[in-house]
Design a binder for this molecule. Sequence first.
Ligand SMILES: [Zn+2]
Length: 63
Amino acid sequence: MQQAEPAMSCEKCGAKLEVVRRCRQVRLKCTDCQREFQIHEVASRLDSATEALLGQYTTIIYD
Ligand SMILES: [Zn+2]
């Protein structure tokens, strides 16, 4: 069974966003322009795969 790839894209340049962990927060970072988005900024358009990935960090995000 294949898992869905997270498919969030940057609002600025359209490149792929990757989940990065900062000391006490999780952000989505653009692999191209390096812009970082806070989770609440992209919450309305999270896809299920990214949401699942973020679920691993729930305790950190809501700490
Ligand atoms: Zn970008």
